[in-house]
Design a protein around this ligand. Sequence first.
Ligand code: EPZ
Length: 467
Amino acid sequence: MDQFEIKGGARLAGTLQVDGSKNAALPLMAASLLADETLTLRDIPDLSDIRNMERLLSELGVSSTGAPGERMQLRVEDPTLCHARYDVVSTMRASICVLGPMLARRGTARISMPGGCAFGHRPIDLHLRGLEKLGARIRLENGDIIAEADRLKGATVFLGGPFGSTVTGTANIMSAAVLAEGTTVIESAACEPEIVDLANMLNKMGAQIHGAGSPRLVIDGVESLCGTDHPVMPDRIVAGTWAIAAAATNGEIVLERFPWDSLLAALDVMDQIGVRVERLDGDSCSSEATVRVTSDRRLLPTVLTTQPHPGFPTDLQAQFMTLLCLADGNSVITEKIYPERFMHVAELTRMGAQFTRQGPTVVVQGVPHLIGAPVMASDLRASACLVIAGLAAEGETIVKRVYHLDRGYVRMERQLAALGAVIRRTDDVTGEVLWEPPVLEGQGSSMPSIEIIPQSKSAESFVQGDG
Ligand code: EPZ
């Protein structure tokens, strides 16, 4: 299995362009099921989750041409294929995004019930109740959700759950409602930028969606949707991750296509703790910016709580935790979206971090420095947090099971190496170097010879992708 070997201490410097957003691209791809014509998506990131969605759509009769990372064209070739099977859905929770579009366009959908993920139970009750409100008949059979509806009918749908709204649930109900008969009102809709991106694209395809970005959506159903050509928004979580990595190494980097307007809560926390994010493009009106990220030698502690957008994003919680390990004083992090999303705490502790956890709240005690160690990735964002910790730590860190990272970060090791990180990808059994930065003329390898202790291939206890 692939792992990262990192030698800590290098200050990151250089320029990166932020890739397209995974969490925007997945529901956008699923929306191809709604159209009678070709859907062209640009700036699709080259990620394993994207390739999984391509594979799922192919099993649902949607052809895909073009390469991720460039332009992707999706077109329905066979609308009779309506079964999203377990072995595809089980690799990625976000597969659930095909349910609403498939039901709305085809009148029937069969999709394996998503399992749990590394940070706890993630129900889809709000998705199913919303579709039933629109007139769907839903039953569970052999672990599959079977949904049927001759034609969905507009209704008022409340999507508020105990942890706020649901992002993919809003995508599902909104996508279903665009072809329903009559008007649908979604109350307590998710306000995430990815939902706005989806609504904008659906409206370009002929939908009538009003209020995207607010908790109340009004959707006037239409008869059909045409194709369109749509650029995927930049990934705000990837952008935030790079900014945190720069701050953790006291580096100075420039980020292009930085989604400024989508990260105001995270930018506010960065400002509080001493991370400077300066717009270089001058045009403070555009939602995408070119920014320079620098930080103080020691950061200030803070108190942060994850919230639905526009609050602080849960997907940056783990990365910020690493940064706050290096602050002068105690910080408090409360996780209001996924109260169990702390798999990274034990691994960071192995690197010298100090925490006190009480349920959904963790007190982060600032320490002078982290110490490199072998650590285990468990979910996408926890893995990113461990890589950042390795970059900032003294000594060498090995981050195992980096396949989690490949789901949400495009060739992370190469992008970080381009900023000067001392990192390579190796096989955790054979020690084979799978990728390392090219050795420049006259310079030896910057990677130390980290001793690899070959381990028997551990039976990877299967955990569904936590997307
Ligand atoms: C999306 O997941 C993102 N994934 C997640 O990012 C992100 O963490 C999450 O939204 C919250 O922002 C994608 O967009 C593909 P939710 P989603 O439904 O839609 C509860 C990453 O790292 N809930 O908004 O599955 C749920 O348990 C991933 O990129 C119900 O109770 O999340 C959670 O506590 C991880 N019933 C809260 O709501 C439901 O029917 C928010 O979940 C649905 C959700």
